[in-house]
Design a protein around this ligand. Sequence first.
Ligand code: MSP
Length: 527
Amino acid sequence: MANGSSFFVTTPIFYVNDVPHIGHAYTEVAADVLARWHRQAGDDTWLLTGTDEHGQKILRTATQHNTTPKEWADRLVETAWLPLLGTLNISNDDFIRTTEPRHEVSTQKFLTQLRDAGYIYEGEYEGAYCVGCEEYKHDADLVDGTGDYVGLMVCAIHSKPVELLHEKNYFFRMSDFQQQLIDLYEQNPLFVQPEAARNEVMAFVRRGLDDLSISRSSFDWGIKVPWDDSHVVYVWFEALLNYITATGYGQDEELFARRWPATHLVGRDILRFHAVIWPAMLMAAGLPVPKQVFGHGWLLVGGEKMSKSKLTGIAPTEITDTFGSDAFRYYFMRAIGFGHDGSFSWEDLSARYQAELANGFGNLASRTLAMVTKYFGGAVPAPAGYSDADLAIQAVVSAAATQADAAIERLAIHEAIHAIWTIVEELNGYITLQEPWALAKDEANRARLGTVLYTAAEGLRALAVLLSPVMPLACGRLWTALGVEARLGTLTAQRIREAGQWGQLPVGTVVGALESLFPRIEQAPGA
Ligand code: MSP
């Protein structure tokens, strides 16, 4: 992708019935890493996240807590969902709440547009509904209940009984879009990713699509249907619209054209909403479909999706309070292939923190800067002639930067980090082999010592730039310690697609002290 293209990335908007756990944090971090990468590449980047506040689930939670749904949503947003962004160091450009007027007004506009185009009709819905999913269910989505629910059919995701609905609803003619959707998936094989997600969605659509009930009349916590205020809009139908109501649809067409279409990151639990219903809605309105829908895997506990309703949720602060946000971000992006399920364990987190962050990256940084200080009074020495070993490092840095950018383009975040980490590993091996402490013993080796330490310090420069989307705080500290800000500018101003070009660190730059990037952790929780 050339510099200056646009990149709009979204997370799902999260339900405010409960507080976030590390599964929600996972999507936030992935979106943030991509957004930071693209910003540093000079792309016109926008990161949108937010909260999904209407529907029966929120209404019931509020009622159980003797409050109104709006008060409940306000409380959860203020005390839990906005603070999550700080906990994880998320650089979102916007945060949309579905109770905001900008969303409500534009949602109504969209509905009117669809009705005028003939895609909405009145009908009767009879069938099962899962309030946990806020989704109409087919028989195939249900399983036999266990425990308290023996003898009942329950939702396969929530393990709770579904409710039987019989209501007059408005329907969206989604079935009209079956062929157009199949054409979309076939013509644009990257539209739904990864491959397994694409196959699942295609098989689902090939089986045939029903029309979709898009309103509810048995409760009123939602956005009113513009031509019939005895109905509110089905919560998923309006939630999906957040991606365009937050970016100018119906209000600011110029802005909308600049931002849209988006790359949507979603958990695979909500893939169909994004890869089937959402593009069909956009097609009906004559709007461009999303750029891409990426269904990532689940964080598992005991082989099942981590969830608050099953009491398996871990609060992100349980991890960040001990390890910090950088280690949180690194761990989840590195240890789990993006697109695959993965299990979290305290042991694995502690082991990677120690081996990869503290001993690997942290130690490389501190010993390099300490040697520049000790042997050259803190001024980065000039490289003399490069040997094969030095040139090999330059080749590793260049290849890592190129491979990482290509991996980010494919949304393979773990592969990008893996590629960048070859620099950490190769440089640590290089220092061990070159033994600068031995070179320092003989004045005759002074020029060689300068080359070795220049190579290590310049490698650190590249690492700071390439890892800053993943670990912005540690890389910011490293950038400060490298002392290059006055000469090269701020870390985030460094063009990431040029990070692999050798020799950017100016000779003579005076490095400063570096406190341990990843301090030792005495006792990890849960360990
Ligand atoms: N409100 C809807 C989304 C509407 S988007 C237009 C919703 N909200 S949710 O609060 O249930 O969040 C679901 C999302 O949270 C998943 O799609 C995923 O991004 C994230 N995760 C929740 N649990 C997760 C795991 N156990 N593992 C990984 N991600 C998880 O659905």
